[in-house]
Write a protein that binds this ligand. Structure first.
Ligand code: FE2
Ligand code: FE2
Length: 400
């Protein structure tokens, strides 16, 4: 039974537990009496004398306020003036669909057996493969904290329709869950936690990618931003496009692919399975972010500078190339930095199209044709006899 006073207390066992849960011993009764005021004293303390008790009779006799319900047509993504506490009627029913769908993806990192990964890391991975594995985890764990701060602190507060914030609240939770997942992998494999978490600060090739994202985040991480100001609004839209379209839509998307390459060869399958769950979330995050960006552009009549957009893609491409040159300085079997950067450009074109932008890398082709299938969940089996962990959405996910 849960101890409401101490939720982390281990439940007592056997006869102790029955007694602990349901009864108070005479000695305990005296101790409780010694520290607690009598019931009438307690209520006197709880109600400060300076605050008058509400006069229920006079409140119920007040006329009802003549306030009309929110008209959904008046809602706006940003700069809206409608009551933020009224969820429905929806103006953005698609946002509610994201919320409903996101709730079908349930797992915790503890659900996945990592035993074989521990063995693989120690006995089956080459030095080059360990280098890839560790640096991918190091980059991802830093990135997910950044993603959480972006959506939870910089973005959510600027939304003025609650159906958008509800999904974003879930997204904040999911980013935290992803961070837990990496932590679980790092801890289970037995990596040096201080070193792995600090790596993004000491390895320039990882650091430059994080700093690029940090610059976008810091430019919108101010509650005094006036989104009625044209320049501020454009900057906010560009930052959200960066996070939805590039940071989540490309960098996470093929950030996982080196691990999926190991999984294809039967290595680090537990970690890869964790990443498959995360990828499901990230596909929704990217898609939702892109949709919100497009909605803002439409509602606020934003005109983005195509030169700045192209610069954003090229900056991200250059950062990804430097990162790939480090993590894949020696190619691993079935995966090279050329594969990695080629796939980035292919996915970038896809995201640009979704955003309504020009293709930044015309002619880029998929260099990892196996990725979509490998990344998809194929859960014919249950990990545990007693726990059903399949997605409820059913069928294969379409990554577009
Ligand atoms: Fe994430
Ligand atoms: Fe995300």
């Amino acid at each position: 039974m849960l101890d409401w006073e101490d939720p982390f207390a281990k439940p007592a066992t056997g006869t102790d537990s029955a007694q602990a849960a349901d009864s108070v011993t005479p000695v305990e009764e005296k101790e409780i009496a010694a520290v607690q005021p009598a019931a009438n004293e307690a209520s006197a303390i709880a109600m400060p004398t300076s605050v008058p008790e509400p006069d229920k009779a006079s409140i119920s006799s007040l006329p009802r306020a003549n306030i009309a319900p929110v008209n959904p047509e008046d809602k706006r993504v940003i700069n809206g003036m409608t009551d933020i506490n009224q969820l429905a009627p929806f103006k953005y029913p698609w946002a509610w669909e994201y919320w409903l769908n996101s709730n079908k993806n349930h797992w915790t990192p503890l659900d996945i057996n990592m035993t074989q990964d521990v063995h693989d890391y120690r006995h089956n991975l080459t030095m080059e493969e360990r280098h890839v594995y560790e640096n991918v985890l190091s980059y991802l764990t830093t990135s997910d904290i950044l993603a959480m701060r972006n959506i939870g602190i910089a973005v959510m507060e600027k939304m003025s329709a609650p159906e958008l914030q509800i999904y974003q609240a879930r997204q904040v939770y999911e980013e935290a869950l992803h961070t837990w997942t990496y932590q679980h992998c790092i801890e289970t494999i037995g990596l040096d936690q201080s070193e792995i978490y600090n790596r993004y600060r000491v390895v320039p090739e990882i650091n430059q990618k994080i700093q690029l994202a940090n610059r976008r985040l810091n430019s919108v991480l101010r509650s005094d931003i006036d989104l009625k100001d044209k320049d501020e609004l454009e900057n906010f839209v560009m930052a959200y496009a960066f996070f939805g379209g590039i940071f989540e839509g490309c960098w996470f998307y093929n950030g996982f692919s080196p691990i999926f390459a190991l999984q294809r060869r039967g290595l680090m399958k537990g970690t890869a399975e964790q990443l498959q769950y995360i990828m499901r979330d990230e596909v929704l995050h990217a898609s939702f972010g892109i949709r919100v960006v497009k909605q803002i552009i439409k509602e606020e009549n934003v005109k983005l500078d195509p030169v700045k957009i192209q610069e954003m893609w090229e900056e991200a491409d250059a950062a990804e190339e430097i990162y790939a040159s480090y993590i894949l300085r020696d190619p691993i079997l079935g995966y090279s930095k050329e594969n990695h950067i080629g796939q980035f450009r292919f996915i970038a074109n896809r995201r640009a199209k979704q955003l309504g932008f020009e293709k930044p890398f015309p002619g880029a082709e998929a260099t990892l044709p196996w990725l979509d299938e490998q990344a998809n969940m194929r859960k014919e089996k249950n990990f545990f006899e007693t726990k059903v962990t399949e997605y409820q959405t059913g069928g294969a996910l379409k990554w577009d």
